[in-house]
Write a protein that binds this ligand. Structure first.
Ligand code: HEM
Ligand SMILES: *[C@@H]1O[C@H](CO)[C@@H](O)[C@H](O)[C@H]1NC(C)=O
Ligand SMILES: *[C@@H]1O[C@H](CO)[C@@H](O)[C@H](O)[C@H]1NC(C)=O
Ligand SMILES: *[C@@H]1O[C@H](CO)[C@@H](O)[C@H](O)[C@H]1NC(C)=O
Length: 546
């Protein structure tokens, strides 16, 4: 019996492998053989953090269309980008994003794939585009570029403390990722809640960046098996399936001895503020007008008061999302920027010249209030940040979407680069691969060259293409709503750090860089040396211009 059973399984596996390899529509698409047979190949690569290495080798080897799993394809070309991430009729997100849902859907065993997701403003994994567009319209004004600059002063406050703490280290080597996480979370705390998590004072993020990164590692593999994610929903959200999965794939991680998450403190504060604000509203609307705290939570509370559609659950959720979606991504971008700048002395010198310029009173000349502002006042610095985000984007995995059914019955199926991609195929571009595509960024796309973003140094047509075809802030209808907040923090931090320090950074070797869905330059080290001229003259430049 057993032998027969095993034989049966063998026959089924072989037949299905043969089918996947030779008979499916996708079988004409090049890629590693094992990838065509089973999803396990891709999952194993992701588990081992090999996404940067895949991004720099797969397309070179197989061309612009590569099959990474039986039903999943990576594409790398302007044409593919424009179709998949079209702002008005781009493709919907794939089931990968089920692994990022914040609240388990209601489930019914009799209809295993019918999942009713609650309406909670879960932007990253929202599947209902109608609901999503309404939500984005509601929060849009609060996160508008022009409204973010009012937080410049608060961020300056955090940065002058950060500069003081870094000076106290006297140039000692630090884990760049941890320090950039400290700065990111302190800035978010100050902007959103007028609050400090105490990271700067402690010179520690209490292991929260490492823990977060390992958690992304686990999610990135889990997300490749949507059936298991759904089974996990069905198992009552107790996480039984996830636990077993974690065990089998050996994705468990140990947090640092001093590990402490900052999310409980964030939630407590948000709850208290929201409760108080809503109580005041009920009792005495006069007290309310214009008297809220002038932080981002205050703006969100005002939005709730002005627009009933921005309901209380949305308000609470959005307040937390600033931290949830912002802390690791900002840490990633800051780490990339400082690691690239600090490991390219000539770039560091040029930036230093720009940001250390002083006015006639001897105070710093430039007070940056947005990325746009930086691009005009300190163009090379702005370019060096964009360039770091190009080579080391915050998302390391293909932003996967699904080929939709034909709009009209007679329509031809989607065809790209000579390959037919039937409805239901999971497609996407890997940001680190797309960002090194020579057709978009030029022959020297592998190199860190901030000048490519400057008008003087590049062809305007190429520049326009670079500005359009990139995934730094995502693509299509699903771009990052927190972009202007993130840019304000990242640009101001880079300015403050280079203004005050001669930064020296060491990059990890390419083979040691582990990327998951979230991508971070783990292992980058930096020394923040107090400026030589400052040491000599004893003058005190700081991050606060006039
Ligand atoms: C430098 C920092 C940041 C970078 C590089 C970044 C980048 C991105 C990218 C690439 C996406 C698209 C992800 C996808 O398609 O799967 C995204 C989505 C998102 N980001 Fe950011 N982000 C940053 C900071 C922030 C901040 C501070 C917030 C706070 C509000 C935020 C909120 C979100 C949300 C809610 C989404 C989901 C949007 C959607 O799925 O439609 N991000 N971000
Ligand atoms: C933000 O900006 C928009 C458009 O510039 C404006 O309509 C809105 O009232 C501003 N303020 C807030 C707090 O949203
Ligand atoms: C990338 O593309 C977006 C459009 O999606 C554009 O706004 C942005 O400026 C581009 N460049 C960079 C460096 O992010
Ligand atoms: C920088 O400019 C912003 C906006 O004009 C202002 O609020 C902030 O106080 C300025 N920062 C400093 C340190 O002068």
């Amino acid at each position: 019996m057993l032998v027969l059973l095993l034989l049966g399984i063998l026959v089924v596996v072989t037949a299905s492998s043969m089918h996947r390899l030779f008979a499916q529509t996708l079988s004409s698409i090049p890629g590693p053989r094992l990838a065509a047979v089973s999803r396990l190949w891709y999952a194993y690569q992701v588990r081992n953090g090999r996404l940067l290495q895949l991004a720099t080798t797969l397309h070179q080897r197989y061309g612009p269309v590569v099959r990474v799993a039986p039903n999943e394809v990576w594409l790398n070309s302007p044409e593919a980008f424009k179709i998949i991430y079209n702002p008005s009729h781009g493709f919907d997100k794939s089931d990968f994003y089920l692994c990022t849902v914040l609240f388990h859907p209601e489930t019914d065993w009799r209809r295993p794939f019918h999942l009713a997701f609650p309406d909670t403003l879960d932007l990253l994994s929202e599947r209902d585009m109608k609901r999503y567009r309404q939500q984005r319209r509601l929060i849009g004004p609060v996160y508008h570029e022009t409204n973010m600059s009012k937080f410049a002063a608060v961020i300056d406050g955090v940065l002058s403390k950060a500069v003081a703490e870094l000076k106290s280290l006297d140039g000692a080597e630090v884990d760049l990722k941890e320090w950039m996480h400290i700065v990111a979370v302190e800035c978010l705390g100050a902007v959103v809640l007028s609050w400090s998590p105490g990271f700067l004072k402690a010179h520690s993020d209490f292991g929260s960046s490492s823990a977060g990164y390992y958690n992304w590692r686990r999610k990135s593999v889990f997300g490749l098996f949507p059936a298991f994610v759904i089974a996990d929903f069905h198992s009552g959200g107790g996480g039984f399936v996830l636990k077993a999965f974690t065990h089998i794939w050996r994705l468990a991680y140990e947090t640092r001895k001093d590990f402490k998450s900052f999310f409980p403190a964030v939630s407590t504060r948000i709850s208290a503020r929201v409760r108080k604000a809503l109580k005041v509203k009920a009792q005495d609307p006069v007290v309310v007008s214009g008297k809220g705290k002038s932080d981002l939570l205050g703006d969100l509370i005002d939005l709730h008061r002005a627009k009933p559609d921005f309901q209380e659950t949305y308000l609470r959720r959005m307040a937390v999302t600033n931290f949830g979606a912002g802390h690791e991504t900002m840490c990633s971008a800051l780490t990339a920027a400082m690691a690239m700048i600090g490991s390219h002395p000539e770039v560091m010198q040029t930036i230093a010249k720009e940001v250390r310029a002083v006015n006639d009173k001897g105070k710093p000349k430039h007070n940056i209030t947005s990325a746009r502002d930086a691009a005009t006042k300190i163009p090379f610095t702005a370019a060096s940040i964009k360039e770091a985000q190009r080579l080391h984007p915050a998302i390391g995995m293909s932003l996967s979407r699904v080929v939709p059914p034909p709009a009209n019955p007679g329509d031809l199926p989607l065809e790209l680069h000579g390959h037919i991609l039937p409805p239901g195929t999971v497609v996407g571009c890997s940001p680190p691969a797309l960002h090194r595509n020579p057709d978009i960024f030029g022959k020297d796309a592998d190199f860190y060259k901030p000048g490519r973003w400057l008008d003087e140094e590049c062809d305007p047509a190429q520049r326009r293409m670079m500005e359009r075809i990139n995934l730094t802030w995502g693509g299509g209808a699903r771009t990052c709503p927190g972009r202007y907040l993130a840019e304000l923090v990242v640009y101001k931090t880079v300015v403050a750090l280079v203004r005050n320090f001669d930064v020296e950074a060491t990059m990890p070797a390419d083979k040691d860089i582990h990327y998951y869905f979230l991508a971070m330059l783990e292992g980058a080290k930096a020394c923040f040396h107090i400026r030589k001229d400052e040491k000599e003259s004893g003058s005190e430049p700081d991050s606060e211009p006039d």
